[in-house]
Design a protein around this ligand. Structure first.
Ligand code: NZQ
Ligand code: ZN
Length: 381
């Protein structure tokens, strides 16, 4: 094992923690509060935030859409510059937090903001930011990643930089009471796949990371099975599990896959599939295709997470169990709604993957375009 682990985000977890904003945002800061389509105005979160910011210099930018579009975010960049904003507060789910990270970085870059996503510009500087999380799923509230879409070209790309890791994240599980069931399920599935991407790889000797990953997977399966009796503990554990799934810890010093995410992003970019649902469409077929490379990990996962009996086909049954878990959450594992012929759809996705240089994905770069084609033949109905 050899790694650098850096996670400076102060986590403020529990009921009434939004009031802490007053303490953790620098007193003299000129703050821009960024949010989404308005859920925070209906569930009391906006009121709690404005109360905590009382007496400060702040303004707001709403309307960041799911799968945030650079076209929208660039308007916020203008506001940051015009109003000399020096602290950004994201109040929302992964889309708002990712969007805010982009705004933070783009405000410090003179060129075309899309350069940040293509990698033409490496982000080393950003406006400081914090987050109030309203949807547990992505882990964006305490990681370095951001995924941004460009509507004009139907593209969805990511960038990573330590400069955009939020300084703090408020995780009050009460705020997810207003979340539609669909979004709660999305959170469970996204977090499950985040752990998978860092765990269902080649075997390794990272006992701490592996053991913790298994705990998180077990908790997420438990949350899924108990989703019809949501208690305070249910909400709190979902929020914490989703955060821990992608805060860098379980991925430290181990091989990581991320092919499901990269192919899934293309499905979202072209067909607007919810992020988590794009993953459920890709992952079971990818695991089946790559089963020999992943057999040892799948065997263990089947045993410790799904309590399956040992046997020569344990890995295969584990993938079936993952798929059944998604189906139990009413999440489909095939793309059915895409409005063109299957061959057109496959070709389009492969072209996008090629354009984005996603031609050797997976922990051992074994998922070439030919392999992605095989996976898509199964994943697209
Ligand atoms: O926009 P509003 O009105 O707030 O409504 C949102 C949105 O419609 C709603 N919502 C959020 N909190 C709510 C609520 N509704 C009621 N009550 C609440 N408390 O939920 C809808 C979806 O929100 P969104 O932020 O899009 O969902 P999610 O958190 O799943 O984020 C998905 C985005 O994150 C990216 C995805 O690609 C996608 O663009 N990801 C970011 C990652 C990262 N930064 O590390 C990793 C992930 O793998 C992922 O790629
Ligand atoms: Zn994800």
């Amino acid at each position: 094992m050899q790694f650098e682990y850096y996670n400076p985000t102060r986590i403020l977890f529990g009921a009434q923690q939004i009031a802490q904003l007053n303490r953790v945002i620098p007193a003299e800061a000129r703050v821009l509060v960024l949010y989404g389509g308005g859920s925070i105005k209906r569930n009391g979160v906006y009121d709690q935030v404005t109360e905590a910011l009382e007496g400060r210099a702040w303004s707001e930018f709403g309307g960041i859409e799911p799968n945030p579009a650079i076209e929208t975010l660039n308007q916020a960049v203008e506001r940051v510059r015009a109003e000399k904003v020096d602290f950004l507060l994201a109040v929302g789910g992964g889309s708002v937090i990712d969007g805010t990270k982009y705004v933070a970085a783009a405000a410090c870059y003179e060129g075309d903001g899309w350069d940040i996503l293509t990698g033409r510009h490496t982000v080393t500087e950003a406006v400081p930011l914090g987050a109030v999380l309203t949807l547990p799923a992505t882990g964006s509230e305490s990681n370095a990643g951001s995924v941004v879409s460009r509507k004009a070209t139907q593209e969805k790309l990511f960038f990573m930089s330590p400069a955009v890791i939020p300084q703090f994240a408020v995780l009050d599980p009460d705020v997810i009471r207003s979340l539609p069931e669909r979004q709660k399920v999305n959170g469970i599935v996204d977090a499950f796949v985040h752990v998978s991407e860092q765990y269902i790889t080649a075997p390794n000797d990272a006992w701490v990371q592996s053991g913790y990953a298994e705990t998180l997977l077990r908790v997420l399966v438990e949350l899924g099975r108990n989703r019809h009796s949501q208690t305070d503990a249910w909400r709190a554990n979902l929020m914490w599990a989703a955060n821990q799934a992608l805060n860098g810890l379980i991925g430290s010093g181990v091989a990581q896959d991320w092919a499901t995410h990269m192919i899934g992003h293309e499905l979202t970019a072209r067909y607007g599939v919810d992020h988590a649902r794009s993953l459920a469409i890709v992952q079971p077929w990818l695991l089946r295709d790559q089963i020999e490379a992943k057999r040892a990990r799948l065997n263990r996962l089947g045993t410790v997470v799904f309590n399956l009996a040992d046997g020569p086909d344990l890995a295969e049954r584990t993938v079936d169990a993952i798929e059944a878990f998604y189906h139990g959450l009413e999440v489909e594992t095939r793309l059915t709604d895409y409005g063109e012929s299957k061959e057109e759809a496959i070709t389009a996705i492969l072209e996008q993957l090629e354009r984005h240089n996603m031609v050797a994905l997976g922990e051992s770069q074994s998922i070439t375009l030919d392999v992605s084609r095989r996976i898509l033949e199964q994943a697209i109905a």
